[in-house]
Design a protein around this ligand. Structure first.
Ligand code: NI
Length: 223
């Protein structure tokens, strides 16, 4: 088990454009993937990109089974995706909460394509192609952004949505995560909207929770 240090926002290595993998199936590539997997597991992340552990290659991993950080998250098969390409299937977008292991302690509302086709390769160079939506699509978009030096704060729909996870949970905007404090069943987007409407200072955030946001499960952060 090799848990690597996850770079944090401000480290210029997170802002590099990573280069494609040219040789598949090598011991070096397998070692990188093992480190990514071990580090993601140790941090209870849903995904991790190679540049987050200071390796500027176009390699991401993601996956969710049972994860205390995402108590409501649907399962996503553990996937190693190399040299990925993302194509939106239509023009629909969703706003949803994101966090990042490189931006610890913070969450914010980010707009992403709702449905995407993604393509890439596994560690042996076999092609991968999937059409996905919802949280799966969000995680892939978030992770692949890292390969171009983009982090979720760059994509906030409204900078006022950014906050510390603890404060957002305390205010009821985020469902409380973790095995000792399971998400409250009533914490749907409708509930969040009602709470926002009661907070006059936050009323301007209304568009975040408009029709486009329907069906978006709150409180999950891709990595
Ligand atoms: Ni991230």
């Amino acid at each position: 088990m090799t848990q690597r240090t996850v770079l944090r926002l401000g480290d210029p290595r997170l802002r590099q454009v990573s280069r494609p993998v040219e040789r598949f199936g090598t011991p070096e590539l397998h070692a990188l993937i093992t480190d990514l997997r071990d580090t993601m597991a140790a941090c209870a992340g849903a995904g991790l990109a190679a540049p987050q552990i200071a390796v500027p290659l176009r390699v991401v991993i993601f996956g969710i089974t049972v994860n205390p950080r995402y108590p409501e998250a649907p399962p996503i098969p553990e996937t190693v995706l190399i040299n990925p390409e993302i194509t939106p299937i239509d023009r629909d977008r969703d706003s949803g909460w994101e966090g990042c292991l490189s931006v610890p302690g913070l969450r914010g509302q980010v707009s992403r394509w709702r449905r995407i086709l993604y393509r890439g390769f596994d560690a042996e160079g076999h092609p991968i192609e999937r059409s996905v939506d919802g949280f799966h699509a969000r995680v892939v978009q978030h992770e692949c952004d890292h390969l171009d030096g983009v982090l979720f704060p760059d994509r906030l729909v409204d900078t006022r949505s950014l906050g510390f996870t603890e404060e957002l949970e305390a205010s009821g905007l985020l469902p409380v995560a973790g095995p000792l404090a399971p998400a409250k069943p009533g914490h749907t987007l409708d509930r969040m909207r009602q709470q926002l409407e009661r907070h006059s200072a936050l009323e301007d955030l209304g568009p975040l929770f408009g029709p486009k946001a329907q069906g978006q499960a709150p409180g999950r952060d891709p990595s």
